[in-house]
Ligand binder design. Structure first.
Ligand code: GDP
Length: 425
């Protein structure tokens, strides 16, 4: 069967977890290929409500094998806490249904500490990091100063490797930030606690995926965050430190030869953005508060209020382009039911000139949104299950987004529950 990637088209929090949870019924394997525990995928199903951070959203389906690929930032402590949280709610997590790539790098105890120290140093120029250690982790990975999960099976070599990295890292901790150095005793405790717990899940996932692909198994690649947070194509430097694009999925998953047959781009019916950085269509004041409340727009990881705005045609079209989306899942349409008139950002203006193409990051600070209004539908649509049941105004709004994004909308989500979905195939 064909492979699929589910990716975010905008700034993240589009509802990817909800779509993966729905679509995993058709797949054998779900792989997280980038990012770490810095985001939250919220899933509501018959087992309860869950905020997943690192675990793939296929963990709720008994028949699905979930993989944490080599591209993720593997935080053993947080992963273990997350495994316990879902296990406590009756979801089985075993080495059979969760496999961690032996080539995934470990997020080390100093990464979260460094994230906090650097944000504190930046003060009012901070990036708005979730302080999960993601930026220091990826910097160190590219400097070749991390430990691979598979090294846990070679204790002698591991201790020497860890001691060498620790000596190097302590220079930064003490000389740059004036912090206490990390000792080998601290690292021993970390190894024997968190690392020992996740060790049974670590294996050669590239071999597993190769054999699965050869026997016709289907793979779903689950991305974290969205196009505009991609390290190379996003709103740099207000991006994340990994690649959130579908194109990275084969490399970060552990099956570099994988072909991706369809890319489902998840788009929210309005815009949200967590943290700092340019957000051209941002709403302010009471209008923003009303939308934030209606959509429950508070970070799944941090509880931070999300910045909100109308649907942004310029950013979404760009997101679709860089993701290579072959179809769109539009989420949270039901949230807009309270609005009299629904604003949309149809284009930007920069120095008085119209701008339809997402600009180079530096220019975003000068961009102004051009807003138009659609008629609202003023009624609850969360019970709609077919396209025809949607009010004409809601259909007109979805049609506009489809045309503005330049990509077919095949799913319209009208609630967080698994079955609150309209399928337009
Ligand atoms: P993700 O990181 O892309 O998975 O998105 P988040 O989980 O951070 O945010 C999406 C939020 O919206 C979650 O709380 C979901 O339960 C919720 N959600 C997803 N789809 C819908 C929808 O169609 N309607 C409503 N009302 N909520 C939704």
């Amino acid at each position: 069967m064909a492979n699929c990637a589910i990716v975010g088209i905008n700034w993240g929090d589009e509802g990817k977890g909800r779509m993966v949870d729905l679509l995993t019924q058709d797949y054998d394997i779900v792989v997280r290929f980038q990012g770490g525990g810095n985001a939250g995928h919220t899933v509501v199903n018959e087992k309860g409500k869950f905020a997943l951070h690192l675990l793939p959203s296929g963990i709720f389906r008994d028949s699905v094998v979930n993989i944490l690929g080599n591209g993720v930032a593997l935080d053993p402590e947080n992963l273990w806490t997350e495994i316990q949280t879902v296990t406590d709610k009756g979801v089985a997590v075993t080495p059979r249904n969760l496999k961690i790539s032996e080539r995934a790098s470990l997020l080390l105890p100093w990464h979260r500490q460094l994230d906090g120290l650097e944000e504190a140093r930046l003060a009012d120029k901070k990036y708005g990091s979730t302080k999960q250690g993601i930026a220091p982790f990826y910097s160190d990975k590219y400097q070749k100063k991390t430990i691979l999960a598979g090294e846990l099976f070679y204790p002698e070599e591991l201790r020497q490797h860890l001691a060498d990295i620790c000596e190097w890292k302590n220079l930064t901790l003490s000389k740059v930030y004036g912090a206490e150095p990390v000792t080998m005793d601290m690292l021993e405790a970390w190894l024997s606690e968190a690392c020992e717990k996740i060790k049974p899940y670590v294996c050669d996932t590239t071999l597993f995926l190769k054999e699965a692909a050869e026997t016709g198994k289907s793979i779903l690649f689950e991305a974290q965050l969205g196009s505009l947070r991609d390290l190379d194509y996003g709103i740099y430097p207000y991006t994340t430190s990994s690649n959130t694009l579908a194109a990275y999925a084969p490399i970060g998953s552990g099956l570099p030869s994988a072909k991706i047959d369809s890319v489902v781009g998840v788009v929210k019916a309005y815009s949200t953005c967590v943290g700092e950085g340019p957000f051209v269509c941002e709403m302010e004041g009471k209008e923003a508060e009303a939308l934030r409340e209606a959509g429950g727009e508070y970070g799944a990881k941090t509880g931070r209020p999300r910045r909100v705005g109308p649907f942004d045609a310029v950013a979404t079209r760009y997101g679709v382009e860089v993701q290579g989306a072959t179809e769109i899942a539009l989420t949270k349409l039901d949230v807009l039911s309270y609005m009299e008139k629904i604003p949309v950002c149809i284009r930007y203006e920069i120095d008085g000139k119209p701008c339809d193409r997402f600009p180079f990051p530096v220019l975003l600070a000068k961009a102004k949104p051009v807003i138009e209004y659609f008629d609202g539908w003023h009624r609850d649509i969360s019970g709609c299950r077919t396209w025809e049941e949607l009010p004409a105004e809601a259909r007109a709004y979805v049609d506009y987004i489809e045309q503005a994004a330049g990509c077919r909308i095949t799913y319209v989500s009208v609630g967080p529950e698994r079955d609150s979905i309209i399928i337009r195939k």
